[in-house]
Design a protein around this ligand. Structure first.
Ligand SMILES: Nc1nc2c(ncn2[C@@H]2O[C@H](COP(=O)(O)OP(=O)(O)O)[C@@H](O)[C@H]2O)c(=O)[nH]1
Ligand SMILES: [Mg+2]
Length: 333
């Protein structure tokens, strides 16, 4: 078959993929290889699907934590304290800092980097920053894939830090087994994002900057608001933990609450069912993107769109029929 021989000829003339060797190195704990693979999947470079396919058997071990909350709440400080805590328990940690504000403020990401620098000497800690602008396929998908490489790299705990604002960040929180929502007293407790919708994503509520006035008032406010949420029977009721992150106060309690949530998920088989639910949403979303892209390519290439628009303007057809014709080709009623 001419098409088959053309295919194999072009395959043999293409340079061999560096991905298998990188995956091999990653599986032996090579940081540079892990880093390269993260870049490949984050930016959807050539070989990104191969990278995900080959690393898939190595994934599934990590406990993934999401840390979300408003800018300045102390999330990065809290993450630093958690890293120290987990390292003290001998666990390896991966951190993915997603910073949607970096394009605006310019400084936040740099600040995080400097704070995290103190860990760079420790091979048990791997920190990765992700900027959020202009990303093919969306930030949440890119973050999910970077988490997978981090997981394959063998981290015991993976922490995703993200600012809790837009839909993207909510989807990123959806990547985690356990989501920590960080709030602080005195940021306009009642007005601020303490709507039921935000509280709903929290598995553990953190009141950071508990050294400030109003921590108890905020805790009560959160409790009252949470009572309004619909509660499934036997549902996990999110504990509220007070912390002073820069002094490492409350960090052991926080880690205990996280561990309790993990145990709760495990005992009820929820770790698997939750992941299944998230994977279902992710795969369908990716399939939708793929179909849309193929359709747009097809429409651009077959040149049918201009004719359809002419027909529409001349009232020879209607948009509903035209859309069907673009997708299916013309059909009898
Ligand atoms: N008073 C007080 N300040 C804190 C606490 N935790 C963090 N901070 C400070 O709050 C500021 C913002 O912290 P950062 O971790 O960058 O917040 P992020 O934007 O949520 O990541 C920094 O100056 C921290 O030193 C805390 O518990 N109490
Ligand atoms: Mg931060």
């Amino acid at each position: 078959m001419p098409s088959a021989s053309a295919g194999s000829a072009s395959a043999s003339s293409a340079p061999p993929s560096p991905v298998p060797a990188l995956v091999e190195r990653l599986s032996r704990g090579d940081r540079a290889a892990a880093s390269r693979l993260m870049t490949v999947v984050e930016n959807r470079q050539v070989g990104y699907r191969e990278a995900l396919r080959l690393t898939a058997p190595l994934t599934g071990r990590a406990h993934v934590l999401g840390v979300t909350g408003p800018p300045g709440a102390g999330k990065s400080t809290l993450v630093s304290a958690l890293i120290k805590h987990y390292r003290g328990e001998g666990k390896t940690v991966g951190v993915i800092a997603v910073d949607p504000t970096s394009a605006i403020s310019g400084g936040a990401l740099l600040g995080d980097r400097i704070r995290m620098l103190s860990f760079y000497q420790d091979p048990g800690v791997f920190v990765r920053s992700m900027a959020s602008r202009g990303r093919l396929g969306g930030l949440a998908a890119a973050t999910a894939d970077v988490v997978r490489i981090m997981d394959a790299f063998g981290r015991d705990v993976i922490i995703i830090e993200t600012v809790g604002v837009g839909q993207d960040e909510i989807s990123i929180a959806g990547l985690a087994d356990t989501t920590l929502l960080v709030e602080v007293p005195g940021m306009g407790d009642d007005v601020q994002a303490l709507k039921a919708g935000v509280l709903e994503i929290a598995d553990v509520l953190v009141i950071n900057k508990a050294d400030r006035e109003g921590a108890d008032r905020l805790a009560n406010h959160i409790k009252t608001t949470m009572r309004l949420l619909p509660q499934a029977e036997e549902a996990w009721s999110p504990p509220i933990v007070k912390t002073v992150a820069h002094e490492a106060q409350g960090i052991a309690e926080l880690a205990a609450a996280v561990e309790k949530h993990r145990a709760y998920l495990q005992e009820r088989g929820r770790l698997q069912t939750d992941r299944r639910e998230r994977l279902r949403a992710e795969v369908l979303e990716r399939a939708r993107d793929l179909m849309l892209r193929r359709l747009m390519q097809d429409i651009e290439q077959n040149g049918k769109l201009d004719g359809v628009l002419d027909d529409l303007l001349a009232h020879r057809t209607d948009p509903a029929t035209a859309a069907h014709a673009l997708v299916d080709g013309p059909r009898p009623e």
